[in-house]
Write a protein that binds this ligand. Structure first.
Ligand SMILES: *Cc1c(COP(=O)(O)O)cnc(C)c1O
Length: 864
């Protein structure tokens, strides 16, 4: 029942706590407020000049603002407001608290002329904003109390928010963690990306199979964005190039594009934690330069009249639902060029003074290329400098080489982006010429350094001729970047030795490693309040911005009382998860089970199918009487995973997991011991509920395939033990927590390489391992598909005759490691001791630490 406060509408003219109508003029040419409106205006409107005064942190002040926003921003009375109205009003109210600091911070940054980190990423998997904004501002308690006085429950409003799913998985989430950390470290950063109208699809299951629904995250509007159509940037495409002679008599080349679109910036605030810094995330939305053709419209051909508009707007329509395989599609290249062209123009023309000498550009910006998606920014900057600003080529190249750094995120050869020259010639003809010229200069250098070694020059060429003439974007990024980094120690080493060996030999100092991290604000402080409270009571609150301080928990691992409280936290988190899953998916989680969680994108290299084989094997042994049910540790296995819509084998795996889940749920012999839960649509919001409840974290990729993983870090920091291979950041997790506190299994990367070189035969492994054979035979028998053997055939055949990622080869080792898990879990005190040590020893995996490493070794930028 909503308590109506009709009469309590505040008087707008009365004592507004902060300016909601600040001028949004570009700062550099902006005359001071005194100049524009006279000293009298400035004296009576201090907020228009800054520094911004803090808004009143009182319940009363908040309620006034909230109701004002509801009435005059949303246009409704509280008595008639829907939950969405209330959510929007609340979000805007909180946003206003941040906006004052945001505007002030932007102004001081531009005035100070400090170096900015320009993070270029095609994806940002942000998660919900409201909780984070309340945390950053420290407004949560005030808001909760204020809303209560209006008869509104804060968690109801928080649940109303649709998370912006502008990323696929780890790579996009990493970008979100990084910008959070930079704001918290008080480092000026602008995140640049694309405002996809439809983010990552919403996953549903129909008869156990994945069905994708469009993610219409904007259908109710987003209160967190600030659109600036007046600041739209034009982006050109197509056409031809020509030579001409400029006014000074110098022969030059220029681009004569044939079509264009507009990029409209949408700004989002990225608040630091309790430090007043609010950085900007600027996402670009594509718009037609001409809305529609009125003549054609009047003639009645409505489809043709809006054709150009539809075509242009397609560029920011959907996020490519691909995770680690490139989609060789022209639209994707359009997206990439679109957002980097907008971003470079934006920074140079709007963030720098008009008379800025671009030779000094590296003193003001470092663009971090988050994988190869933004690498077309390299020829674009060269074009801006050489063609538009008439800079000498060599000088421009020297500037460009200092303005970019490149992060590689993969080891899978199929995930290294390559663009056919034919497509580039059609879409970006001038950029292709520039790439050729960069390549010529580079190969000249290589031939000088290695005379006579023509094979090497061919291997290193940015442009390849096989299997078709194409540009290798990772090579372009490596040649242009001041630094190239991998994302975990093992990955960086394999990057040097296997992916880019010639480059690392040529430029050893260019290569470095920065192990990924996750933000403790979202993934502990926000996601795990029960644990936060326990940590705060034990070691204080400083860990939230200094995660190494979790080490102070180490002695408490030996304290039985602390361990008991740690178990209470897990139990409470499991209960919270159980409530959510019943409401969200109708899934009932049994009580008292070991919670074994595997959540991440579905990919063969991550080996969800091997996890399934473990479940099948345990189940098979119980129903065949091979093991006594009384000796089985009751477990609930939770999966969360989206498959790229075009990825057949991944979708077959989802089908198999769902089929097994349904059969096990119905089997009275085992359903008190083994439960499989697969809630649909794994996303950041679900991760925040699942991870704090987990006992066991499954990180079982084939060694040498997972670049880093960040899910693994989130679990360890929330007190789950990891069962994992020696892959990605697992290696570093194990080194830090110690062998006793990590359950390792499987082949090492050199062993994998060795087996593959000798020739791997999965069918032979199947024949020789009775346990594995029985598990696969059961899967193939039709037991999980009402007798229909064909339904499971694609997965079974793939495991037996392909098994690209050696799941069968690691099966035995995995099963044995799982037996060790059961044994450990039987002793709750010993288990919680290990879990607490995992927390105490993994503070290293804060993205704050990752950011400090980038700042020191790659960006050479400083906190304000
Ligand atoms: C952390 C995270 C990921 C990455 O998980 P990995 O296990 O490292 O692949 C993917 N999706 C979401 C929603 C995440 O929060």
């Amino acid at each position: 029942m909503i308590h109506v406060i009709e009469g309590n509408i505040p008087n707008v003219s009365e004592n507004q706590p902060f300016a909601t109508t600040l001028d949004s003029l570009p700062a550099d040419e902006t005359p001071s407020v005194e100049k524009r409106f006279g000293p009298e205006f400035a004296a009576t409107h201090p907020l228009a000049v800054g520094p911004v005064v803090s808004p009143p942190h009182s319940v009363d002040g908040f309620v006034k603002e909230f109701l004002r926003e509801l009435n005059f921003g949303t246009g409704v009375l509280l008595s008639r407001a829907t939950v969405n109205d209330q959510y929007v009003a609340l979000a805007r109210t909180v946003a206003h608290y941040l906006a004052a600091r945001w505007l002030e911070g932007g102004r001081t940054r531009r005035e100070a002329g400090v170096k900015v980190v320009g993070y270029l990423s095609a994806e940002y998997l942000l998660g919900r904003q409201l909780g984070n904004a309340l945390l950053a501002t420290g407004l949560r308690d005030i808001v909760e109390e204020g809303l209560e006085s209006c008869g509104i429950n804060l968690s109801t409003l928080r649940a109303q928010e649709v998370e912006p799913g502008l990323g696929n998985g780890g790579l996009g989430r990493l970008a979100a963690c990084f910008i959070d950390s930079l704001a918290t470290l008080n480092v000026p950063c602008i995140g640049y990306g694309i405002r996809y109208e439809y983010g990552i699809f919403r996953q549903t299951f129909v008869d156990g199979r994945q069905v994708e629904q469009p993610d219409a995250w904007l259908s109710l509007g987003s209160p967190w964005e600030f659109p600036h159509p007046e600041a739209a940037v034009q982006v050109d495409f197509g056409g031809t190039t020509e030579e001409y002679v400029d006014e000074d008599g110098t022969p030059r080349r220029r681009w004569l594009p044939s079509w264009n679109v507009l990029g409209v910036p949408y700004n989002y605030m990225v608040p630091g934690y309790h430090n007043g810094r609010v950085n900007t995330l600027r996402l670009w939305s594509a718009q037609a330069t001409k809305a529609f053709d009125l003549q054609i419209f009047n003639s009645g051909d409505y489809a043709e009249a809006v054709r150009a508009q539809t075509f242009a707007e397609n560029i920011s329509k959907v996020l490519y639902p691909e995770d680690s395989t490139p989609q060789g599609r022209e639209l994707r290249l359009q997206q990439q060029y679109f957002f980097v062209a907008c971003s470079l123009r934006d920074f140079i023309e709007r963030e720098l003074p008009a008379d800025f000498d671009l030779h000094d550009l590296p003193e003001r910006i470092i663009f971090q290329l988050n994988d190869t998606h933004p690498v077309i920014a390299v020829p674009e900057l060269m074009r801006l400098l050489v063609d538009e600003r008439k800079m000498d080529w060599d000088e421009a190249w020297a500037v460009t080489q200092k303005c970019f750094a490149y992060t590689c995120h993969t080891l899978l050869p199929e995930a290294l982006e390559v663009w056919p020259t034919e497509m580039l010639a059609k879409l970006l003809p001038r950029h292709l010429e520039i790439i050729y010229q960069i390549n010529d200069g580079f190969l000249r250098e290589v031939r000088e350094a290695f005379p006579g070694d023509e094979m090497r020059a061919r291997r290193m060429s940015i442009v390849t001729d096989y299997p078709e003439r194409a540009v290798r974007m990772a090579y372009l990024a490596t040649v242009a970047g001041a630094k190239v980094n991998g994302v975990a120690e093992l990955h960086s080493q394999l990057l040097r030795d296997k992916v880019l060996p010639d480059f690392s030999e040529y430029w050893p100092e260019k290569f470095t490693n920065v192990t990924n991290g996750v933000t403790p604000r979202r993934f502990i402080r926000l996601a795990n309040w029960n644990f936060t409270r326990l940590i705060n009571e034990t070691i204080g609150t400083g860990w939230v911005t200094d995660l190494d301080r979790l080490a102070e928990l180490e002695p408490y691992a030996e304290d039985p009382e602390f361990r008991a409280r740690f178990r209470q936290v897990k139990a409470a988190n499991k209960e919270r998860l159980a409530k959510l899953l019943v409401a969200r998916d109708g899934i009932v989680l049994p009580e008292g089970h070991l919670l074994d969680v595997m959540v991440k994108r579905l990919h063969e290299y991550k080996r969800q199918s091997m996890k399934l084989l473990h479940i099948l094997s345990t189940y098979e042994q119980i129903i065949s009487g091979a093991i006594d049910p009384a000796t089985v540790t009751p477990r609930t296995f939770v999966f969360g995973a989206k498959a790229a819509p075009g990825y057949k084998m991944a979708k077959e795996t989802i089908f198999a997991i769902n089929a097994v889940a349904a059969t096990l749920a119905a089997d009275e012999r085992t359903n008190h011991l083994l439960t499989v839960a697969f809630p649909a649509n794994y996303n950041v919001t679900l991760a925040e509920k699942l991870i704090p409840a987990a006992d066991l974290s499954e990180q079982i990729s084939l060694a040498g395939k997972e670049a880093s993983g960040t899910g693994n870090m989130k679990f360890a920091l929330n007190g789950a033990l990891t069962i994992g291979t020696d892959d990605g950041a697992n290696v570093e997790i194990r080194e830090l927590v110690g062998d006793d506190n990590f359950i390792l299994f499987g082949m090492s990367e050199p062993e994998v390489a060795d087996l593959q070189a000798r020739g791997y035969n999965p069918a032979a492994v199947y024949e020789s391992n009775p346990l594995l054979k029985r598990a696969i035979d059961l899967l193939a028998s039709g037991h999980f598909t009402e007798g229909n053997r064909d339904a499971m055939n694609p997965l079974v055949m793939d495991l037996l005759y392909n098994d690209r990622f050696l799941a069968l080869a690691d099966f035995q080792s995995y099963i044995e490691a799982q037996a060790k898990v059961d044994e450990l879990y039987a002793d709750p005190d010993a288990w919680s001791r290990k879990a607490i040590l995992n927390v105490a020893r993994t503070g290293f995996f804060s993205s704050d630490r990752s950011m400090r490493e980038y700042l020191d070794r790659i960006w050479h930028a400083k906190a304000l």
